[in-house]
Design a protein around this ligand. Structure first.
Ligand code: AVJ
Length: 320
């Protein structure tokens, strides 16, 4: 009982990962930066604000689906422990816990790169559920899944928030295959994913009227400036969100209307962004039941159940 944390990534490790990703991403054509670096304190606060925007339906849809379907999902899965990947915000796990019926959930294993956030939400959680054992893993779910503690009973691995949409097809397969290997008989995987829908709704969700998403997008340059002593001018970049039909995703870019020079001091690197050039910061892939089932199947998983409001979906998978 209580709180325990295994730390597999610290500030120095995160700095090195950022340095490598930025060096690679800004040399490539097109230039790109990985979306995981949006989330410093300011970026996380902006994302929280996004989740409350009228245009951004995803979080509300997922919460509503969990409120309706979590009981049934847990009744079938009967988990004794829940592993949550990218466990930054506590709302999703709380909804799962509230829906527990029958077998009690004894252990919660949140995985996130932000150890501070994990500790804060664990503390709040333990105040309400002192019987719970919280075993946090401070790490990157794309790199540190081999460091998960061994299971203490039947497991549900939750990957919610449509985070799976940030990964490209190869990244999704890599992760799902790794998750499949972690699933024993009777274990379940719960994935929240956004669905393909009309273009206007998709583009509005990623380009809101108040410009919060634009600020969120530009924040990645503030992170690079601070962490790597760079001197990008975030305000000089325009937020672009567009639907890529061939790849079934909304892409976010930062577009330069004027040529800009910046230096990234910690990398000893000069970066020229030409007029009209873009830095690709995020892809948000959208699924259908058919594409989701195919994705799971290719990774050796079967679709146990599918819960949707037509906008968003919760998929429950198991190892085949
Ligand atoms: C946190 C990855 C699910 O893809 O919708 C929100 C991030 N980006 N607005 C998403 C995001 C712009 C979000 N995810």
């Amino acid at each position: 009982m209580g709180y325990h944390a295994d730390v597999h990534v610290d500030r120095a490790g995160l700095h090195d990962a950022l340095a490598n990703d930025v060096r690679r991403g800004l040399r490539e054509h097109p230039k790109s930066l990985p979306p995981k670096y949006f989330y410093d304190a300011a970026g996380s606060a902006l994302f929280e604000q996004i989740t409350r925007l009228p245009e951004y339906y995803l979080t509300r849809a997922e919460h509503a689906l969990l409120d309706v379907h979590a009981r049934g999902i847990l009744r079938e899965a009967r988990p004794e422990e829940i592993v949550e990947l990218g466990a930054g915000s506590p709302g999703k796990f709380q909804r799962l816990l509230a829906a527990t019926n029958g077998t009690p959930v004894r252990r919660y294993v949140p995985v996130d790169v932000d150890g501070g956030v994990l500790q804060d939400s664990a503390r709040a959680l333990l105040r309400r559920h002192p019987e719970l054992d919280v075993h946090a893993v401070v790490g990157d779910f794309e790199r540190h899944l081999d460091r998960l503690p061994s299971p203490t009973g039947r497991r549900l691995i939750a990957f919610l928030g449509s985070t799976i949409g940030n990964l490209d097809a190869a990244g999704r397969q890599r992760l799902l295959v790794e998750l499949r290997e972690l699933l024993g008989t009777g274990d379940r995987l719960l994935v929240g994913m956004d669905l393909v829908k009309n273009l206007a709704a998709l583009e509005a969700a990623y380009d809101d009227a108040q410009g919060v998403t634009a600020e969120f997008n530009r924040n990645i340059l503030r992170v690079v400036n601070r962490e790597l002593h760079a001197d990008f001018t975030p305000e000089a970049f325009r937020h672009v969100a567009r639907w890529n039909d061939a790849d079934s995703r909304v892409e976010m870019h930062l577009a330069a209307d004027q040529r800009q020079m910046a230096t990234v001091k910690d990398l000893g690197m000069a970066v020229a962004v030409e007029r009209g050039e873009t830095i690709w910061t995020e892809s948000c892939h959208k699924f259908t039941r058919v594409s989701a089932e195919a994705m799971l199947c290719t990774a050796g998983l079967s679709l146990v159940s599918w819960h949707t409001d037509g906008t968003y979906a919760l998929a429950v998978g198991a190892a085949r």
